[in-house]
Design a protein around this ligand. Sequence first.
Ligand code: AMP
Length: 571
Amino acid sequence: MSKLELSFFDLGLNKNILKALSDLGYVKPFFIQEKCIPYLLNGHDVLGLAQTGSGKTAAFILPLLQNINPTLCFPQVLILAPTRELSMQLRDVCLNFSKYIQGVNVVSLHGGQSYNIQFRSLKKGPQIVVGTPGRLLDHLNRATLTLLKLHSVVIDEADEMLRMGFIEDVRSIIFKAPKNRQTALFSATFPKEIRSIARQFMNHPKEIYLDNEKISTTIKQDYWVVSGGFHKNDALVRFLEVEIFDAAIVFVRTKGATIEVSDMLEKNGYNSAALNGDMNQVMRQQTLERLKSGQLDILIATDVAARGLDVDRVTLVINYDAPVNFLSYIHRIGRTGRAGRIGRSLLFIRHSEYRLLRYIKKSVNLNISKVQIPSLLVLINSRLTKFSAQVEHVLANSTDLDKYRVLLYKIKPQNNFDMETLAAILLKMAQGGRSLVLSADQGQQHIESEFKNNSKIHHGRFSLTGPRGSNKECSSLSRRSTSRNRSMDLYRIDLGRDDGLSVRHIVGAIANECDISSRHIGHIRMFSSYSIVELSKGIPSSTLLHFSKVRVLNKTMNIKLLERVDKDICV
Ligand code: AMP
């Protein structure tokens, strides 16, 4: 909000629009709305640097809506959107804002919908046409849409159009609009291709740059460096366990990963689903509805699939895979903290991706703080706090506890133990698989079981040594150690099967290069990109230092202590 505290009325909007805004709960204009609305109302071209979440949609729809003549039934405003979801969303926003204006007709022309439906809508003479470039061009070529009397064109999310390869279609469409039209362009960044479009098609545009700090202050942003031998899946499970959130979006890079990570979370008891470009529109809408209604708590999404996603319940965004650039980061975190609400984002970043982190911090002038992975102690406390909250909730909402008290005495006489013991048993039963008591050893097993899940996810087979192992090399090693052993520590090696590594390479390198007898080497588990090895405790520090330099198959093994199995943490 600007220091002048302008209202929508001050911006020159008429009473029908003000009434609709008040119904929608829009009290004060956002920064971009304050700047854009007067210019667009007065017929200027506007070039806006704005991300989703900034309120840019209302910034262009409100003034252009006010300027149309609803008694004339032909396209007067054209809005270009990169995705069909955004196109439909923009149509709905136009309809919401125009609900008190008689005769306004809006259509969305997007792919994935039958032409017949769109032909019928176009015959009604919509004043506002929203659409994706491909479908709009189709209609223009078929002459089912004409732009001859258009007075305003909006290019929304222009850099996304560029990224998706639509920019030439955008040019072709604008060429078909009258020369004296008004043009508005919104983009989260201004690469040179977008600047060139602006130069080519805009008439002395008023440039509006968003006050980044204003958006970002409502989103608390942290990052965790992928290290310490923790796989991202372990970290995700731990962070989700301690974060307080309503709904969350976890961003990954590939479609396959949306499914893998979603499966992994389901196995860990979370209500999660994948959202990716392979889903048809119906499935996608259904998934989003489930998220909105609270039937689903976590979405695992790719950037493209989550574009324009606007769900108030999303209070947490986790960048499981780092975004490709700072723009993608801004879009991702913009899925939370909507409309000035508080949001939280967490970025998992590898050492090799540090440059990107520095660039994001610098480009958007954001404060992104480093956090550590939640320790076992933090996990335990979190579980206890959640359990206590559940107990309080049941206490506050139950009127029939007396009936249960009677039952307690019915259980007890048959067994010879006191009420405290009975409470402890019930507590343990209530927790199911998620124990409230974690020793460091159990914590290790917790990690291991997650590793096991990961390896299943990534390779369909877990190459555990010992009785369950199926790999010959592994079973020959199982004689050394057949179960998790408190005299061993776990180490991580930064190389795995995909590097061409096999168990004999690991044993050879550790035994020969580090001069460690093979009897000190326990279980070895191999995954696609890393391996876990058990080594006896008490390895001298000089050897540990040497570990970081050991090379195999011409690559550094980077052996690091994963977690020491020495002290119990109890509550
Ligand atoms: P946008 O950046 O246009 O996608 O808008 C982000 C969110 O802010 C949407 O959920 C809008 O409904 C909401 N919004 C936009 N402007 C205002 C406003 N002035 N007051 C309250 N909510 C708003």
